[in-house]
Design a protein around this ligand. Sequence first.
Ligand code: MTE
Ligand code: MOS
Length: 715
Amino acid sequence: MAKMPIETAVRRSDAIAKASGTQKYLSDMTFEGMLYSRMVRSSIPRGIIKNIEVPSLPEGYYFISHKDIPPEGKNELWMIAKDWKCFAENEVRYVGETIGLLVGPDRNVLANLLDDLIITYEEHEPAISIEEGLACKGGAFVNDTNIFCELEIKTGDEMDEVFNRADRVFEETYRTGFQEHVHLETNSVACVQEDDAFVIYASAQCPFYIRKSIAGLLNIPYDKIIVRQTTTGGAFGGKEHFPDVLAGPLLVAVNTIGKPIQMVFDRSEDMEFSVKRHPSRTIIKTALDDKGAILGMDIDVVYNVGGYLSCSFVVLQRGVFHATGCYGIPSTRIHGRGVATNTFPSDAFRGFGAPQTLFAIERHMDHLANFLGRDPLELRNEYLLKKGSLTNTNGHVYEEVKLPEMIKQITDASDYWRKAKEYGRGTGKGIGIALYNHGGAFTGNGEQMIIKGHARLHKHSDGTVDILVGSTEMGQGFQTALRKIAAQVLDLDLHMINYDNPDTSKVPDSGPTAASRSTMIVGKLVERAALLMKKRYDSEEDFHVEVEYEHPEGFPWDQNTFQGDAYLGYGWGAAVVEVEVDALTSEVETKGIWVSHDVGHPIDELLIRGQVNGGVIQSLGYASMEKMENKKGYFKQNSMSDYIIPTSMDFPKMESFLVDNPYEFGPFGAKGMGELVFNGADAAFCEAVSRAIDRRICEIPIPPETIVELEIHGN
Ligand code: MTE
Ligand code: MOS
């Protein structure tokens, strides 16, 4: 049988079980003698715990707190930074901070006990917004300044000199809000003792992260904690570090009680008491010469980190590195800060810091064009990055940038130029465009210095091959992609390749399932391992091969100064959105969505389409209806009826293009793309609405009530 090209779609490994409802998730699992648990959480955003009054507990019920951490252990979770405690001891910094666990056999009894447990606090004045955090409202609680983390990068001439030369200056401030992940499966973890080890079952992206994060609580070696990923019903970054916040207390509780314990959040808990996308404020100041050419950009980025730093410095770095978008700007200075506030710690969310600054630069390009009396796409075209261009970290773009071809695809398909001219401003009709990119995998030399991913393949005597990696399926289709890569190289039928949810005691660490790195980096490891296996496949029965990540030569990066090649390669995207705004109700109807992406060479056209559809719609939800407000430290939206996410009724079918641009270091030329597809439709939507109502839009989300306000008050 002739081999099919790799991009030809196959049926997903997980399609039948998930679509038919037979797939088992963590909440379907029980263990002998299993107990349930409820988190005892801070009910105030900031203060000191004065007293915890635990009601008298029936036989078989327990209250677990930091006091149950053994003397040799440390009360900390290791999520890049180690500042987020497993259990609050004295100070609480956000509503929902874990103080203890109630554990027992009956969930109703646990709920009653939770109601009867009384905590008294000395309350302090909280800082909630970015501005309040920066102003140290209520007094600083981190570093005397509330600045958790900070970086600055520069290219070209000194900014003062650039602005002295400027003929005109254009400056604006852009803001983005919280976003909730709304993975269909809520956060779920269980902990069980098995022989002399603790087994964590978790709906999670990164089994090896959990192990590392919680081992210190009991001060035990990593291999005394085994993490088994359970089939994960969506994650979107929300299960990258956050499962540690469930797994840590459970580990301490199981160590104390000696019985299996499960914790499954209900939907309102999952929305009120879990991590969110970082809200942001980005100020872009552009220096222009007398002909309107851009001399330089001075960019100030602030992300709302919440109560603990955890992984936010890395998120901020990615935000800063994406702050000039797809453009080569002669001189730049980008300053980024992560500010402490008394909100739930912000965390990874599809795009990992890039969507916020990309939104800002795309709105800036639109408004700058308006300021100069130019067409926004023409202005963009003039500054597009090309192969060989310098990046804002003084690195280079190594690949061919196919944006011109992609722009042509979507402007032709949408009839952009005619509509842009015909729909006058304020006519109720509008069309907008945005360009975006996403740096693949970990920043700089992180893959080589921090992760050092491994992948193993095992051939059994019946000819079947197991893929052994720590990377996870969370809906993005990775399981299918990886099996395809191995099958294609080994020239085997797909059903000969097995890939199970990882178990840290059985698979090597291939790094986290994050940064869109799995197909591109782990897929490449599997491709290399399969090539090694192929040589021995016919002659040997039962054997395995293992490979380690090798960093290509010639991509300098200094993680102390943030100089050099932040990424080896990028995924690229372009989106056009067309809208009509109802003159009476201000409701927006999206009339069309056209997108084009460069994902290298596609591993599976249907999987790519799934990621494109999901990512683009998630981005449109972020821009339009997904409003998560925090009032005085409390999230106001806690159900799917008040936090509205898009359904298939809200947006029309999109027209989606791909350009083929094989990536030298990816398997079969594939690049990372799971986050790229989130990074730009939001800005295109805003530009379309902005033109339709003739108002400037510098902040998302813009639900209808915000559009009414804009129309009344103007901007
Ligand atoms: N797609 C689905 N269906 N579910 C998810 O949880 N997560 C996104 C993206 N697409 C996600 C998804 C995020 S945050 C990342 S980092 C990438 O998938 C990770 O997948 P990859 O490493 O396989 O590209
Ligand atoms: Mo994705 S935000 O890197 O898990």
